[in-house]
Design a protein around this ligand. Structure first.
Ligand code: C5P
Length: 292
């Protein structure tokens, strides 16, 4: 139960194993209420995609948790990957430590769940490397304290999600390719959820109603109003794709789904230089779980 070794990595001699951390898209997002602690009750579909960060892990005998590489501008002690390692260490009382490498490919602040997925991969990877044998349900519960999107990545399936995002029902979604566009702006999730303009009383719907109706993301009007770059990108992609573009999470990334990869790639080739984007495939199961 180890990740793939990467002979090209600078620390290969330190027995770093490499583990994928996939991104997600929210195919719709409703806010159906609010909890006493201020968090929101959601309904969503989490679609995992094959765009991944890579997490390198090496066991340390001295008990220290050290970040060896990570996102510039994020202090190691605030990095969710490091916090996940500390959380599992404290929870299990294990005396081993770890070196943690975070190789980012998922845009941060984009609504793609990259930080949460990194944290989930650290929880699952170190649980395997340390031999701590914490059950997955317990890892998901621990991870929820780090971020509302951590449980879906611990679960490792595309899923219907409710609650804060921790009540999950795995789904087999139609195969799709997604063009994901990053308008080069970071959106604050907390700011969007605090907005007085956010619709907090969406009707609770069923999967059948989702399939029959055209349901979208309630955060979109708030984000459009506060981030003109996102509004502009949504208009551009809706026009190019002719299938409707939508926000993932609280943005800033937006996406459109295609049955044929070549259609997504043709539009990706026309993305204006001020933005960036990529094409990714939808996955029913996380590549991490295929390795575990
Ligand atoms: O859990 P995460 O770190 O992604 O959440 C960031 C912020 O978004 C939280 O501090 C909270 O203000 C808001 N949030 C919320 N309800 C959720 C998820 C997030 O209010 N279900």
């Amino acid at each position: 139960m180890t990740g793939s070794s990467d002979p090209g990595a600078p620390d290969a001699h330190a027995r770093v194993s490499w583990w994928p951390a996939p991104a997600k898209l929210n195919l719709f997002l409703h806010v159906t209420g609010r909890y006493a602690d201020g968090y929101h009750a959601l309904q969503t579909i989490f679609q995992l995609i094959d765009r991944c960060d890579r997490i390198g892990l090496a066991v340390r005998r001295d008990g220290r948790i050290e970040r060896r590489a990570g996102l510039a501008g994020v202090e190691p002690q605030r990095d969710l990957a490091v916090r996940a390692a500390r959380l599992l260490q404290e929870y299990t009382g294990i005396t081993l430590g770890a070196d943690v490498h975070v190789d980012k490919h998922i845009p941060a602040g984009g609504g793609l769940g990259g930080g949460s997925s990194d944290a989930a991969t650290v929880l699952l990877g170190l649980n395997a490397l340390w031999g701590t044998q914490v059950p997955r349900g317990e890892l998901a519960r621990l991870g929820l304290a780090l971020g509302a999107d951590v449980p879906v990545f611990v679960g490792g399936h595309s899923a219907w999600g409710e609650g804060r995002g921790e009540q999950l029902w795995p789904l087999a979604l139609p195969p799709r390719c997604y063009l994901v566009l990053h308008p080069q702006v970071a959106v604050s999730t907390a700011e969007v959820f605090q907005s007085p303009d956010l619709t907090r009383n969406s009707a609770v719907i069923t999967l059948r109603e989702y399939a029959a109706e055209c349901v979208g993301n309630v955060c979109e009007p708030v984000v459009r109003a506060r981030y003109p770059q996102v509004a502009e990108a949504l208009e551009w992609l809706s026009h190019e794709a002719r299938v409707g573009a939508q926000l993932t999470g609280t943005g800033s990334c937006i996406f459109a789904g295609f049955e044929r990869e070549q259609d997504a790639r043709q539009i990706a080739a026309r993305i204006p230089a001020r933005w960036s984007g990529f094409v990714a495939r939808g996955l029913d199961r996380s590549p991490l779980h295929a390795m575990l």
